[in-house]
Design a protein around this ligand. Structure first.
Ligand code: F3S
Length: 398
């Protein structure tokens, strides 16, 4: 792979060992995928944050890296959710030892110069690339949103490669960075209008069908941004989808539609029945949820408002978490939504979520979710039962 003079210096260690080690990762990836060169990026989003997923080895690696790499990251960079609410872990009863280790991980990222905002919806809090921007993002739901709804360009990075990119400000030029890899390979027609929970369910069906392909949707209705984030999260969890197009909605649908082979693509119709059956099959129990956990991907202000209006003036029987970023929570505080939710007995944990938090060690058994991605991961990553439904059906009142 070609390196320019500056990149060669970085690779040879003229800017220190941390930069050299990071360049090694990027060059190795570039060579594997036969990238012709590196390319400058405008932002990074880094996974591999929860102590639950990276453990002691990850903590040591990051602390070691941060010792020699203070403030090396100079492009806008955000972190994926951590295993705890960094400010309120005591109130929410997160285990003490786990919380202490978790804080050390986030501090190490902070020392490197990465913003300590832990969220999987960085595009809701200012990490918003522009159409055609090359970036290195590693949270799969954010990757799908970025490539599809925004029209930025990223591969599905791993935590270490996204961090290496953040440190060097570069990524290898291959995969979804190249226009020829952004065309569709299967068309999905919806024979009914869809809304809310349906988006996640459809994403789950299509992800399973298409694996790492690029689906092209013909919908009968216009989508909201929150619905697109659910669709992408589900597509990326049951499959490995990094990019989708929706006719007349997403910024690059014409690129796909004008491709010479578009008319010959396989067409699959998704029916109301497919959606209903898949929705039912995603639940693993008929019992009530003891913890209803919403905000996967992290909730937007509009979603929090809807939940607040639903619980207003009532007493919630189950535990309720609405997961979001610290930035969106600050807006919810100012709007009075946090107070309404807390008065009803719920909480708005920041920085974390039902999959990367150690909820299996916190006494919960049945987790209610309105996210197909969470329904897919809670049983496998937490070993708990899951109930997948609209939040209005999951939340029970006294
Ligand atoms: Fe985000 Fe956690 Fe869901 S990282 S996409 S809330 S599983």
């Amino acid at each position: 792979m070609y390196l320019n003079k500056e990149e060669e210096k970085m690779y040879q260690g003229e800017y220190g060992t941390t930069v050299a080690k990071s360049m090694e990762i990027l060059v190795a990836l570039g060579n594997i995928y036969e990238a012709p060169s590196l390319i400058d990026i405008s932002s990074a989003q880094i996974s591999g944050v929860s102590y639950k997923t990276i453990g002691e080895a990850g903590l040591e690696y990051l602390e070691d890296l941060s010792k020699n790499g203070a403030n090396l990251v100079n492009i806008p960079s955000t972190l994926n959710p951590a295993g705890i609410d960094l400010d309120n872990w005591k109130t929410l009863k997160f285990p003490k030892k786990f919380s202490e280790k978790q804080k050390r991980i986030v501090d190490a990222y902070g020392k490197l110069g990465v913003s300590k905002t832990c969220t999987c919806t960085p595009y809701l809090i200012g990490n918003v690339p522009r159409l055609g921007d090359h970036v290195a993002w590693s949270e799969s739901s954010a990757v799908a949103y970025l490539n599809s709804a925004i029209g930025g360009r990223t591969n599905r990075e791993g935590g270490p490669s996204a961090l290496a990119s953040a440190i060097c400000g570069k990524t290898a030029m291959y995969g979804y960075h190249e226009t020829q890899n952004r065309i569709a390979n299967t068309i999905f027609d919806l024979d009914i209008k869809i809304s809310g929970l349906d988006y996640g369910t459809v994403g789950y069906i299509v992800g399973k069908e298409i694996g790492d392909g690029v689906p092209y949707f013909n919908l009968k209705n216009k989508s909201k941004n929150t619905e697109l984030k659910s669709l992408g999260a589900a597509l990326a969890s049951s499959g490995a989808v990094a990019l989708y197009h929706i006719e007349n909605e997403t910024p690059e649908y014409e690129l796909a539609k004008n491709d010479k082979d578009f008319k010959t693509l396989e067409k699959i119709t998704i029916s109301k029945e497919d959606i209903l059956t898949t929705k039912e099959n995603l639940s693993t129990t008929n019992e009530e949820a003891d913890l209803v956990c919403l905000g996967c991907p992290h909730a937007s202000l509009e979603e929090i408002k809807e939940i607040a209006m639903f619980v207003k003036g009532k007493a919630i029987k189950n535990q309720l978490w609405v997961c979001t970023s610290i930035n969106i929570k600050a807006s919810a505080d100012r709007m009075g939504y946090t107070k309404i939710i807390e008065k009803s007995g719920g909480h708005i944990p920041t920085d974390t979520c039902m999959v990367v938090a150690p909820i299996e060690d916190m006494g919960y058994k049945n987790i209610g979710v309105n996210s197909a991605k969470a329904a897919n991961y809670v049983p496998s990553m937490c070993g708990l039962n899951v109930i997948y439904d609209d939040f209005k059906k999951l939340i029970k009142f006294k």
